[in-house]
Structures are given as structure tokens and as C-alpha cells.
Design a protein around this ligand. Structure first.
Ligand SMILES: Nc1ncnc2c1ncn2[C@@H]1O[C@H](COP(=O)(O)OP(=O)(O)OP(=O)(O)O)[C@@H](O)[C@H]1O
Length: 234
């Protein structure tokens, strides 16, 4: 298993944001769903070693987040919800910077490949601050996949994209999911239907569904994914 989560818990002050969740994930796209404040981003931050758990653990490609955070980060690509970017940098410059952090040797070919893959070609000579939101998302995604990690954690990667860009990014996520393990947080049910093989629904820090998309549908006959989500989270 690429990802193994065991009794993972995060408490902020008095609030239990993530309450002892356990799950596994392997190659494919796992839809990580839940209402606002359910604990999705907090879980993703713990998996990427951005935040330490209060208790419990997880492993990424066999490396424990508590004991081997550097190995976890080498095997993971993360696009955070806020997609923080250096807006004064040019697109290629920012990718070269990230390639340097990962210690990629002769990164020019890989940078060109990732620019092609994420459709950044026409905008590659611009400063990030000059890019539209959709193209900034593509830069964030390009940075996340640059070191060719086995696991990708994508926190609402398509929020704010126009329909044309949505189709392109979803296709890219689907293609990447053929060989990688992807955890995809999204509020767009259509997107889940389009790209996810497995679905986890989290509510108030606890998992309320963990199944294949097809099982979830057949066990809730006649219900749309949207209705299943509403029933399980209210
Ligand atoms: N740094 C923090 N300090 C205190 N509380 C926090 C912090 N970060 C998140 N929380 C709280 O933890 C809970 C879970 O937040 P989280 O961001 O993980 O939810 P989410 O499922 O990603 O929500 P959304 O869909 O709105 O992005 C929320 O109630 C939130 O207010």
C-alpha cells in the first residue's frame, strides 16, 4: 500500500479536527470528500508532514510520517489548498527552484516535460504574478509532480477553474492516477464521478464512508453521489 493511515488524530486546542481515522490507498485516485471543516486539509497536512499528528500515525511508500518525514516528502507531491507560489518568479524559474530543492540532476528536460504535461506551454515565459488563476493552479500542479513522486496529495486542485481548464486538469489527474496514488480533495461531485476510483467521506473528523465509487453507488440505489454525501454528513 502506498498510503496507510492508522488512528490518525489532530487536536487544535479544544477541538478534535481529525478523530482517529484509518484507511489505506494504492494506485488510483481516491476522492477525499467532506463538508467544510470536516478535517480534510488537516489530514492532508499530516500526511505531507506539514503538521505533526496529536496521536496515531501514517506511512507513505512505507515511510512513517513521525519517524521518516524527509523520505515521506521525497515520495510525495503536495498541492495545498492555498497554492502558495512565488509570484515574482517566472514559471520556468520557479520550476528550476523546486527542482533544485529536490536535487534533480539536469532538470531542464524534466521541466520541459512537466510544462508540456500541465499545458503551461503558452504561458511559460510569464511571471507567476501575471498568470490567471487556472494557470497558477497548473504551476502548483507542475511543482507537485516535478520530482515524479509516487503519491500526490491535491487539495481542491480545480477550484476556480473555467470549464475548459477543468477538463484538461481532470484528464491530467486521471492519467497520473494510472501509475500513482492520488488523494484528491474536492467539493465537486461531478469531478469525483469523472476521476475517482475510491471515495472516502469524512464528517466532523471521522470517516463515514470508505468504498469504491461503484460500490457506493450500488449500495445506495438510485441516489446521486450528492445525495449520498448529504445523507452521510447531516
Ligand atoms: N491551525 C488551526 N488552528 C485551529 N483550528 C484549526 C486550524 N486549522 C483548522 N482548524 C479547524 O479544524 C477543523 C478542520 O479544518 P480543515 O481545514 O481540516 O477542514 P476541511 O475539511 O479541509 O474544510 P474545507 O472544506 O472548508 O477546506 C475546522 O473546524 C477548522 O476550523
Amino acid at each position: 500500500m502506498s498510503i496507510r493511515v492508522e488512528a490518525l488524530t489532530k487536536v487544535y486546542g479544544q477541538q478534535k479536527a481529525v478523530d482517529g481515522i484509518s484507511f489505506t490507498a494504492d494506485t488510483g485516485v481516491l476522492g477525499f470528500l467532506g463538508p467544510n471543516g470536516a478535517g480534510k486539509s488537516t489530514t492532508m497536512k499530516m500526511l505531507t508532514c506539514f503538521l505533526p499528528p496529536t496521536s496515531g500515525t501514517a506511512s507513505v511508500c512505507g515511510f512513517d510520517i513521525n519517524t521518516h518525514p524527509l523520505d515521506v516528502k521525497r515520495n510525495i507531491g503536495y498541492l495545498p489548498e492555498s497554492n502558495p507560489l512565488y509570484t515574482d518568479m517566472y514559471v520556468k524559474e520557479s520550476l528550476a527552484f523546486v527542482a533544485g530543492i529536490h536535487g534533480l540532476h539536469e532538470p531542464a528536460n524534466r521541466i520541459a516535460e512537466v510544462i508540456e504535461q500541465t499545458g503551461l506551454g503558452p504561458e511559460q515565459h510569464k511571471r507567476i504574478g501575471q498568470l490567471s488563476k487556472g494557470y497558477r493552479q497548473r504551476v502548483g500542479l507542475a511543482q507537485a509532480i516535478l520530482h515524479n513522486p509516487q503519491v500526490l496529495i491535491l487539495d481542491e486542485p480545480t477550484s476556480g477553474l473555467d470549464p475548459n481548464q477543468l477538463v484538461g486538469i481532470r484528464q491530467l489527474i486521471t492519467d497520473l492516477g494510472k501509475t500513482k496514488t492520488i488523494i484528491l480533495s474536492t467539493h465537486i461531485m461531478q469531478e469525483v464521478e469523472a476521476v475517482c476510483s475510491q471515495v472516502i467521506i469524512i464528517n466532523r473528523g471521522s470517516i463515514v464512508a470508505n468504498d469504491s465509487l461503484s460500490n457506493l453507488r450500488s449500495n445506495n440505489k438510485g441516489n446521486t453521489l450528492e445525495n449520498i454525501f448529504i445523507e452521510l454528513t447531516n
